[in-house]
Design a protein. Sequence first.
Length: 146
Amino acid sequence: MSTTPSSNLPLPYGPPISLTQAKVIMAAAEREANAHQWPMAIAIVDSTGHLAMFQRIDQTQLGSMEVSVAKAMTAIRFRRPTKVFEDAIAAGGAGLRLATMPGVAALEGGVPIVVDGQVIGAIGVSGMLSSQDAQVAAAGLAALAG
């Protein structure tokens, strides 16, 4: 989870991701998926929770379309990577209560997009193993940072 230096609070929401920024992230994520021949669905939402961009690579399983959007929406709603929820549920105990929270996709592959210390959107990827989904999301984010 990204936090401010002086607290445990999530980073604040910022202005919505621009189309130009979304295109940079999407292109890099798609390149990473194609480099491994992974059929994936990639969703980018803005800081208001609206879909900014979506792509489905040929032969991506249809269920991954909704899952990628759900991962992106979870990451933007809670301003943290979806892996946080996956890990909490996998640990059992009190973490299992997260399964009752509405709007939580507890699968790795959803990550907030942070610029200048503010959450401007989120990316969600689905189609392969959750760790591979996360790898593609990370490649997209790296392109915006670099």
